[in-house]
Design a protein around this ligand. Structure first.
Ligand code: AMP
Length: 486
């Protein structure tokens, strides 16, 4: 059949078939389809601003982050902790159940919202609960115990922003799940201490035991009885804490409440034999390694899931005994000005009931988390010299279009050979390029111009001495290897 005739027949067929018929129910569905949603975000002319309490981490800051990440990773691996990466969004219920309904984190600070599916989810305020969820979800209970995990990542709390306190901040955390042994509590404390020591930050350990639910029950009764007699002198938050969260009465930041806490019964006097023995053993291990610590009866930590050992790492040198005046102040959890210190670098403790609380079989565990921003602030405050990222050895400069093309190729060849190189190909002037090379502190600059191209050579400039030599282009890799001792 001729082509034109064939086309006509196809057209006819289409015309005959007409529009496809839509079944009734499909039609109904199409009709019932809701109107497309209106955009949630209205464009405004106002310049978008960084959210309060959030921070950009600029390139100039990255050297601190690299240093900390490297230290955290090498320390964790040496002590047998493996990396876990957990999601940033979790069900809100995970933290309500674990951290506790009556805690500041859940009551005031959690970033929670309903997602498009109607589920209540949140930006994680901490990662221990997530690590426990993962431990249960992935059947890690069946692996050889303890399972030792570490994580590094952002947490979110709707806190009042101030120096060292942000709404998004990062933590390096350690969790050892599946073992009761007090040596694990000690090991985690030692790791925190070593982390700061190796970063050149002096720190001390504040430590307490808040017992198990058994001994805490009797202690709480005593605590409530005492605080009922002191109610009129307490701040409004503490008045509520008497019935809601009595342990938190002990670490209130208000002076008047701190004064009342000084005469409150202390948990160590109410520990059962098991909790007492556990605590003594942890302290003995710390003594063995001469880790400076202060027994701090006011340290309770703000989260419901802790049992037995709780600790915080504070900046500065600690006292092993509370016998002198300074030691007594430190033991009371106060700084030199008599004010309760608020800038813990990290903290943690044992949480023997959390796995079961979240639906797993009874599994003891202990962990900690260290604030990365606060660690960086401390490094800066101490004026520590932090080396920049690896600086390049060689800079490639070029003059003219043809040289630029050849320089691009040379850059790739040197990169493949493993050299550390830099360039500023978008710049054309030689002075500009050599200024950049100087700023980067490279040892050698390679210069390619029209003359070198036609001669098959390249200029090799020693940036320190300023001496320039002409080298055969094909021998440049060999020459660079020799000069850099590679
Ligand atoms: P926490 O989970 O509250 O025990 O906190 C552990 C560590 O995380 C603290 O000692 C701080 O170093 C750090 N941290 C906690 N909250 C914040 C925050 N809002 N901003 C910056 N760092 C924080």
């Amino acid at each position: 059949m001729p082509k034109s005739k064939k086309k006509k027949t196809i057209k006819k067929k289409i015309a005959k078939r007409g529009r496809p018929r839509i079944k009734k129910e499909v039609k109904a569905k199409v009709k019932a389809k809701p109107a497309p949603p209106q955009p949630l975000i209205k464009a405004t002319k106002k310049m978008p601003q960084l959210l309060r309490g959030f921070k950009d981490i600029l390139p100039s800051e990255q050297k601190y982050w690299n240093l900390i990440r490297e230290k955290a990773e090498s320390l964790s691996l040496t002590y047998g902790f493996e990396r876990i990466d957990l999601p940033i969004l979790e069900e809100t219920a995970l933290f309500v159940r674990s951290v506790g309904k009556e805690t500041d984190i859940v009551e005031k600070e959690i970033f929670t919202f309903t997602d498009r599916g109607g589920e209540s989810i949140c930006l994680r305020p901490e990662a221990t609960a997530s690590a426990v969820r993962a431990y249960i979800n992935h059947g890690m209970l069946n692996l050889p115990q303890p399972v030792k995990l570490y994580y590094i990542g952002p947490m979110f709390r709707y806190d009042r922003p101030q120096s060292g306190r942000y709404r998004q901040f990062n933590q390096f955390g350690l969790e050892a799940l599946g073992d009761f042994n007090p040596v694990l509590d000690a090991q985690i404390i030692i790791m925190c201490f070593n982390f700061f020591k190796e970063l050149g930050i002096e720190s001390n350990v504040q430590i307490n035991s808040i017992g198990c639910p058994g001994c805490r029950k009797e202690y709480k009764t005593q605590l409530i009885n005492y605080y009922k007699t002191q109610k009129s002198g307490l701040c409004e938050d503490c008045k509520n804490r008497i019935s809601k969260n009595p342990l938190r009465l002990l670490d209130c930041k208000e002076y008047r409440c701190q004064a009342i806490a000084e005469d409150a019964p202390q948990i160590v006097d109410w520990l059962c034999d098991d909790c007492k023995n556990h605590f003594v053993k942890v302290l003995e291990f710390l003594d063995e390694l001469e880790i400076p610590y202060n027994l701090n009866p006011y340290l309770v930590r703000g989260l419901d899931y802790y049992t037995k050992t709780v600790f915080e790492i504070w900046p500065g040198i600690g006292q092993n005994s509370a016998s002198d005046e300074n030691g007594a102040e430190q033991a009371a959890g106060k700084d030199a000005a008599g004010k309760k210190a608020q800038s813990a670098l990290g903290g943690g403790g044992r949480y023997d009931n959390l796995v079961e609380l979240l639906g797993g079989r009874p599994t003891p565990a202990v962990g900690c988390s260290i604030g990365i921003e606060r660690t960086i602030l401390k490094i800066k405050e101490l004026g520590k010299d932090v080396p920049s990222q690896e600086s390049p050895d060689i800079f490639i400069a070029q003059l003219g279009e043809a040289a630029k093309r050849k320089a691009l190729v040379l850059f790739e060849s040197l990169r493949n050979e493993g050299f550390k190189i830099a360039e500023s190909f978008s710049k054309d002037g030689l002075k500009n390029q050599l200024d950049n090379a100087n700023k980067l502190g490279v040892k050698y600059a390679l210069i390619l111009g029209q003359k070198e191209l036609s001669e098959g050579t390249i200029l090799l400039r020693d940036m320190e001495g300023g001496i320039q030599e002409t080298i055969n282009y094909n021998k440049i890799i060999k020459e660079l290897r020799k000069r850099l001792g590679l």
